[in-house]
Design a protein around this ligand. Structure first.
Ligand SMILES: [Ca+2]
Ligand SMILES: [Ca+2]
Length: 177
């Protein structure tokens, strides 16, 4: 039974990958001119659609008796690991894969601006292990670059999905002129 489920999971991932590849069509011919490109985006939501079942390279579950407690650190490329956002203080507690999707919303006093469309932003996922002496478990990273979503069949999408390091994540972006 478990074997069958794994196969289904793999097929699902393949289908998802094909969807992503066709959704983020990198057709250079349809690149918009600079004047048409909004200068920045605002990140509104990160929706976790799936995450790796076990610790990286092992069969060990994230937590012994409960699902992981997930938080993110968002870091811009080449910013000396400056974290522009973290919800480390309020992770999503005990999120099982069966209960996904789970969302992180950005209702900040200010906006979570993504000002550099050319820059890769990395969303690093962690399992919070506060309450014992263990360090938090690093779960994986999903990265995106907004310039890649400004052209192709569906430019400036409100939502786009990324599958990376066994994480499957949907980002919601508000584009601004
Ligand atoms: Ca853990
Ligand atoms: Ca837990």
């Amino acid at each position: 039974m478990k074997h069958v489920m794994i196969k289904k999971n793999q097929i699902l991932k393949l289908v998802i990958l094909i969807i992503i590849l066709s959704a983020c069509n990198k057709n250079r011919e349809s690149v918009k001119s600079d004047s048409e490109v909004p200068p920045y985006g605002v990140l509104k939501e990160i929706k976790i659609l799936d995450y790796p079942e076990t610790e990286i390279g092992s069969l060990t579950p994230w937590d012994v008796e409960s699902p992981p407690d997930i938080y993110v650190n968002i870091i811009g490329e080449n910013t000396l690991n400056t974290i522009i956002y973290t919800n480390e203080g309020s992770p999503i507690a005990d999120i099982s894969r069966d209960s996904l999707p789970a969302s992180i919303y950005f209702d900040l006093p200010g906006e979570l601006r993504i000002p550099d469309l050319d820059r890769f932003y990395m969303v690093k996922f962690w399992d919070n292990d506060t309450g014992n002496d263990l360090p938090d478990d690093y779960m994986g990273v999903v990265s995106f670059r907004l310039i890649d979503c400004t052209y192709g069949d569906d430019p400036y999408p409100t939502q786009f999905k990324v599958l990376q390091s066994d994480f499957f994540v949907e980002f919601t972006i508000e584009w601004h002129n």
